[in-house]
Ligand binder design. Sequence first.
Ligand SMILES: C[S@@+](CC[C@H](N)C(=O)[O-])C[C@H]1O[C@@H](n2cnc3c(N)ncnc32)[C@H](O)[C@@H]1O
Length: 280
Amino acid sequence: MLSYRHQFHAGNVSDVFKHAILTRLLLALAKKDKPFCYLDTHAGLGRYDLTHPWSQKTAEWRHGIGRVWARADAPAALQRYLEIIRAENPDGHLHCYPGSPWIARQLMRPDDRLVLCELNKDDCAALKTVFASARHTAIHNQDGFQAIRGYLPPKERRGLTFIDAAFDEADEFGRITRAVKEACTRFATGMIAVWYPLMAPAAMQAFARSLQSIGLPKTLQLELSVYPEDWTAHIRGSGMIVVNPPFGLDREAPPLLDWLWRALSAEQRGGTRCVWLVPE
Ligand SMILES: C[S@@+](CC[C@H](N)C(=O)[O-])C[C@H]1O[C@@H](n2cnc3c(N)ncnc32)[C@H](O)[C@@H]1O
């Protein structure tokens, strides 16, 4: 039973964090003159209308992208992401937020390829409409975890697998750990990015330990929280695991995350982290 709908959350603090990093990963892949494949296991709708009643109801985007999209002092590492947002809102009013597939579409080159999986039937149909005329893009109404078995390794032998699960099922951390292991076994040199919500510290330590036990290559862990560790009212922040990160991400990410934290953390609580989960 799928209960999660990203329309309620599009453009929130977690989306800004994950998409800012995702943009850096895709730009790094696009630096080399060889095609890449982007596999998005949990693709969502592709683009979000922020005037939709569900977005208006939670207004999460006001505390996320609403706080950064028009800032003139953003660091260089955030510029491309902000350009993509601004291009979707050319009249200067924020009413559209691009999801991960749309961001990837803006950053792909003519020979790069997108594979997008979305299990929710309605959301997948909407995604297909958004990408109706898109070249080199396959969209599947399919379980994203199974897609790892179906589509890895890609024929390009270069690429990024983005796992952005809904966390609406028990043992999502366990499923993700197994999926990362499978992805690494099938495509050892591929980049993998996994988004996760920050939960109780003990659960986070267990997740880190389980990832460290599966024989990953070099892996970076990035986090941004806007509330302290004992915060339970709602999500306090989120993280990204990046397996085989691009060269230099460990130096580039800390100032980027610090700028985002100052912009997004209304009460200046929480903080940022950038550590090697599995060292180089
Ligand atoms: C966090 S949202 C994805 C947001 C999107 N990646 C983005 O950044 O714009 C998670 C999506 O996964 C979908 N979903 C849930 N379980 C899934 C599964 N097993 N396989 C594929 N998609 C799934 C949900 O319907 C939801 O649209």
